[in-house]
Design a protein around this ligand. Structure first.
Ligand code: 5GP
Length: 135
C-alpha cells in the first residue's frame, strides 16, 4: 500500500471494505443504492454505529472530495442522510466522523463516514490535556 507521510495515497482493492462491496465478506447491511452501501460497524462504539461507504474506489475523504464526480458526491452524502433518518439516528442527535490518515487513526483505507447515535456522545474530540494525564 503506497503511503506518504502517514497517509495512504493509492487505493488497494484488498482492503476489507472493498471485499464487503464485492460480497466476498458479509456485512450487516442497513442501506444500499447506486452510490453508497451502509452497514453496522463490527465493533460498535455507540448503540447506533453505522459505516457509510461510497461504491467507488476512494482511499479517504481527501481522495473522494478531490476525485469523485459531482453525482458521486451528491449521491453519497444524500445516502448518509437517508441512513441517519431510516435508522432513527436523527431523533436525539448523531455525530458524523470520517478519519483521514495517521493522525486520525484511519484503519480502513476505503473512504467511510461513521454515524454514531443512541447515547450522549460527549464533547467534540479528545483534548490534549487528557493525553497528559494518561487517560
Ligand atoms: P476507521 O478507523 O478507519 O475510521 O474505522 C474503521 C472501522 O471499521 C472501525 O470502526 C472498525 O470497527 C470497522 N471495521 C473493521 N473491519 C470491519 C469489518 O470487517 N466489518 C465491519 N462491519 N466493520 C469493520
Amino acid at each position: 500500500m503506497a503511503e506518504k507521510g502517514g497517509v495512504i495515497v493509492s487505493y488497494n482493492d484488498q482492503n476489507i471494505f472493498a471485499k464487503i462491496l464485492r460480497g466476498e465478506i458479509p456485512c450487516d447491511k442497513v442501506y444500499e443504492d447506486n452510490w453508497a452501501l451502509a452497514f453496522y460497524d463490527i465493533s460498535p462504539q455507540a448503540p447506533i454505529h453505522i459505516l457509510v461507504i461510497p461504491k467507488g474506489r476512494y482511499v479517504s475523504m481527501e481522495d473522494f472530495s478531490e476525485k469523485a464526480s459531482d453525482p458521486e458526491i451528491v449521491g453519497y452524502f444524500r445516502a448518509v442522510g437517508i441512513v441517519a433518518r431510516q435508522t432513527g439516528a436523527v431523533s436525539d442527535g448523531y455525530r458524523l466522523l470520517a478519519n483521514h490518515g495517521k493522525n486520525a487513526h484511519q484503519e480502513v483505507p476505503h473512504f467511510h463516514t461513521h454515524i454514531f447515535a443512541g447515547r450522549d456522545l460527549g464533547g467534540m474530540i479528545r483534548r490534549p490535556e487528557m493525553d497528559k494525564i494518561g487517560n
